[in-house]
Design a protein around this ligand. Structure first.
Ligand code: SF4
Ligand code: SF4
Length: 372
């Protein structure tokens, strides 16, 4: 199987303020190009696009291709569980939403310390093992957002795990918050192949600082910045699949072009990646992946990831220059959302952020940048 998976969490929208308004007319040609070029792996989850990622997958893939032509991963949302009855109810709902009889891969979604306690309380690993015995799941695993100690504990307590999905990219590889290299090492020690999520860091590594862009282009003028990030992770050992959350046809075209006949990075390219990582880390961006886990419970409806992206455009990718475009976009967003300065500092968002970002402090930076 080719090593590129289609992540169905950043699909094109008809209305940018409504995550459920997926533009299926754009998704279908994206899926067709992906399949035409020999790729078969799709990744969805119960919560993506407020549940509409799964139904879009059914409409764009399941109803249009034979079952043996594709594979699909879905993920179990432990945070939705209020009683033991919710396990079979949610699983059945997922099968129905996706329109399939079985999942090729089924993960526990976004394990961290508190979710793991709840997973243990409801014995969710045993439930998924039963679904596997009944032929409803082919392979089981989990996606992970916490520290290496917890990963070691989960893999030791649950050797039935077959795969682990990790956040890996060339910025987070040695990050003290994400612990990517250590987590990758632990999976390898336990003999668990790794599925990579966020190889382009939520799109941030597709739009790199000018100096990095020049460096990449001096080595290969044809290759996009995103291609460097995807190839970096695909070149690591013990990688089963690299996911990319693609949002338009151009991204599918670009990703599939270089992953069709994948060539690992050579020594010169690896050195360029090291240099790029140093340059990007020296700039003062906020390492948000735009996963939106923080926004659902925000009592002020603050557009946290959108504000951080605009801040980064100014700080990280504009060499400090104040551009009018991000300022105008910030003002537009403030017409439908609260301003960064209106944050109540309740902390709800910080407890949900898989990157463990100091969101409250970062919103103050945003306010200083755009509201002064
Ligand atoms: S701390 Fe601020 S941004 Fe975070 S949830 Fe509370 S009000 Fe929203
Ligand atoms: S601030 Fe954290 S939770 Fe919110 S979108 Fe960014 S990475 Fe995700």
């Amino acid at each position: 199987m080719k090593k590129l998976g289609f992540g169905l969490m950043r699909l094109p929208l008809l209305d940018n303020d409504d995550k459920s308004s997926i533009d299926i007319d754009q998704v279908i040609p994206m899926v067709d190009l992906f399949m035409e070029r020999g790729f078969t792996y799709f990744d969805t989850a119960y919560g993506y696009h407020d549940g509409h990622s799964e139904t879009t997958f059914r409409e764009a893939v399941v109803k249009r291709y034979p079952r043996e032509a594709f594979t699909v991963t879905d993920k179990f949302p432990i945070w939705e569980v209020k009683s033991a009855d919710d396990l079979p109810r949610i699983f059945k709902e997922q099968l129905e939403r996706c329109g399939v009889e079985y999942f090729d891969y089924y993960w526990l979604h976004a394990i961290n310390k508190s979710y793991y306690e709840k997973i243990q309380q409801y014995d969710v690993f045993a439930f998924i093992s039963r679904m596997k015995q009944e032929g409803r799941v082919r392979h089981m695993g989990f996606s992970f957002h916490d520290d290496p100690d917890l990963l070691e504990k989960v893999l030791t307590e649950h050797p039935e795990t077959e795969f682990v999905q990790l956040q890996l990219n060339y910025i987070d590889w040695d990050s003290p918050r994400v612990h990517a290299s250590k987590c990758h090492e632990i999976c390898t020690q336990h003999g668990k192949p790794v599925i990579v999520m966020e190889p382009v860091k939520g799109g941030a590594l597709a739009k790199v600082p000018e100096k990095v862009d020049e460096l990449f282009r001096s080595i290969n003028p044809e290759m996009s910045a995103a291609s460097w990030a995807v190839r970096y992770t695909a070149s690591l050992p013990n990688i089963y699949m690299v996911l990319s959350g693609m949002s338009n046809l151009e991204q599918v075209d670009d990703n599939t072009s270089f992953m069709q006949d994948f060539v690992p990075l050579n020594e010169q390219e690896k050195e360029a990646i090291d240099t790029a990582a140093t340059i990007i880390k020296e700039s003062k961006g906020i390492p948000c992946t735009a996963c939106h886990y923080c926004t659902n419970g925000c009592p002020m409806d603050i557009a946290i990831p959108e504000y951080f992206a605009l801040y980064n455009t100014v700080k990280q990718f504009g060499d400090g220059q104040r551009w009018m475009e991000p300022i105008n976009k910030y003002q537009q967003l403030c017409e439908t959302h609260s301003k960064a300065s209106e944050c109540l500092k309740c902390g709800q968002c910080e407890s949900r952020c898989p990157q463990q970002l100091p969101i409250i402090d970062n919103l103050e930076l945003v306010a200083q940048e755009f509201e002064k």
